[in-house]
Ligand binder design. Structure first.
Ligand code: AMP
Length: 410
């Protein structure tokens, strides 16, 4: 299937082509037509499947088409002012009015917030914002992201200028709404991204508050990587007759990854990590640590060994996390040490190697971690350090992966 077959408008197609996408991913094939029809979605998909474009492209398309209609109506009004005065040509989204009910400015330049995307972390908010920049660059739509941990002034500036699309983390969104900078009244599409992670991070009350303030007539797109009971319960409350879409990248991704398990005693892990990194100076490596403290420690040990690395986890300041991620993405720093929570959802292209310095708590996380390498057919590699306490988990990994994994004793 091609993007043309999904009836995507020309300016968006052009932008997608420029991104170098040849064909829509499975979730895009399934979701784009359904979202375009205005239906609700319950999507079970994780980052890496192309889910951002699956909701961003049809949102951009709908808003762009509305804007085209609005422009056509404004042009008609300009050509036929008498008819316009009788109010016979109302079209397009509601117009922004001030407290006295007067319209602001010319209709064609008005922007009212139509789409809201709620996401758990600043990194994801920025990443989604970037996707809207990429796919929407020929549509003239205005979008921005707001998130906590930074001063709000520049975010307020963008809101004041007027936006069509807003990407937000829950706390900052509620703050800005409370101060009167965000208007929920005209929202027609609401996206809840990474719902399971939102609940994990304790955002449930904030999410409920946001939803209680949105128009009830709206389209809701709900995405979660996993589907525990509380996620299903929440979905029942907020979705209307949803189309369920499920994509499981795990098997194919994992197949493409060259996996090894190293049996190593705990005190020897550091030395092994340094050796393995020194053998891979030309590759980007993501090292997983179980704890934030552990991530900092690993980073320190590497520095002493002359290997520059960036650590990202929840305790780092917003600026530090963004800098670390930017350095890693640009290849200035080849090694990143992260916890699962901090790394999940971060999209890093051409990641060469994943090293599980610590094993995850649940076996599914292993698949999510190593699924970050070996994308798009590239040769990926995953090394897992396994000490005495981890043997049970290794058996589970072996069973889940379903193919022999190379094992080495150190
Ligand atoms: P996501 O799951 O939205 O985080 O997307 C994961 C990665 O896939 C991003 O780097 C996207 O740029 C990329 N991507 C999304 N859609 C496509 C596509 N149709 N073809 C190739 N790459 C894509």
């Amino acid at each position: 299937m091609t993007f043309d077959e999904l009836f995507i408008a020309e300016p968006i197609l052009r932008a997608v082509r420029e991104k170098g996408y040849n064909e829509p991913t499975p979730i895009q094939q399934q979701a784009i037509p359904v979202v375009a029809l205005g239906r609700d979605i319950f999507g079970i998909a994780q980052t890496g499947t192309g889910k951002t474009a699956a909701f961003a492209i049809p949102i951009i398309q709908t808003l762009w088409e509305e804007r085209q209609k609005q422009r056509a109506a404004a042009d008609a009004r300009a050509q036929n002012p008498e008819q316009a005065a009788r109010g016979e040509d109302e079209a397009g989204p509601p117009k922004r009015r001030d407290r006295r009910g007067r319209n602001h400015g010319k209709p064609r330049e008005e922007r009212v917030l139509r789409a809201l995307i709620l996401t758990p972390t600043r990194e994801l908010a920025l990443q989604i914002d970037e996707c809207f920049t990429d796919y929407g660059k020929y549509t003239g739509l205005a979008h921005a992201s707001v998130f906590g941990g930074v001063k709000q002034a520049s975010q307020v500036e963008k809101l004041k200028r007027g936006l069509d699309i807003l990407i937000a983390t829950p706390g900052r969104l509620l703050d800005l709404h409370g101060q009167g900078y965000v208007d929920f009244d005209h929202i027609t599409t609401f996206v809840l991204d990474e719902a399971d992670r939102m609940l994990d991070m304790g955002f449930i009350a904030d999410i409920r508050r946001v939803i209680s303030m949105l128009p009830t007539r709206r389209q809701t797109l709900y995405f979660s990587a996993t589907m525990p009971d509380d996620i299903v319960r929440l979905s029942r409350n907020i979705l209307h007759d949803p189309v369920r879409i499920e994509v499981t990248p795990a098997a194919s991704t994992v197949d493409a990854v060259d996996q090894s398990i190293f049996f190593v005693e705990k005190p020897d892990k550091k030395g092994l990590l340094i050796d393995e990194l020194k053998r891979r100076t030309d590759r980007t490596v993501l090292v997983f640590s179980r704890t934030k403290h552990g991530a900092d420690n690993i980073s320190k040990i590497l520095r002493k060994a002359g290997i520059e690395s960036a650590a990202i986890h929840g305790d780092k300041s917003q600026g530090a996390r963004q800098r670390a991620l930017a350095d890693f993405k640009a290849g200035r720093v080849k090694v990143m040490v992260a916890t699962d929570i901090a790394a999940r959802g971060i999209d890093i292209k051409e990641l060469g190697t994943v090293i599980n310095y610590d094993l995850p708590d649940v076996v599914e996380t292993y698949v999510h971690r190593i699924g970050r390498t070996g994308r798009a057919g590239a040769a990926g590699e995953a090394l897992t350090f396994c000490s005495q306490d981890d043997h049970m988990m290794v058996k589970e990994i072996q069973a889940l992966v379903g193919k022999p994994i190379h094992m080495e004793l150190h």
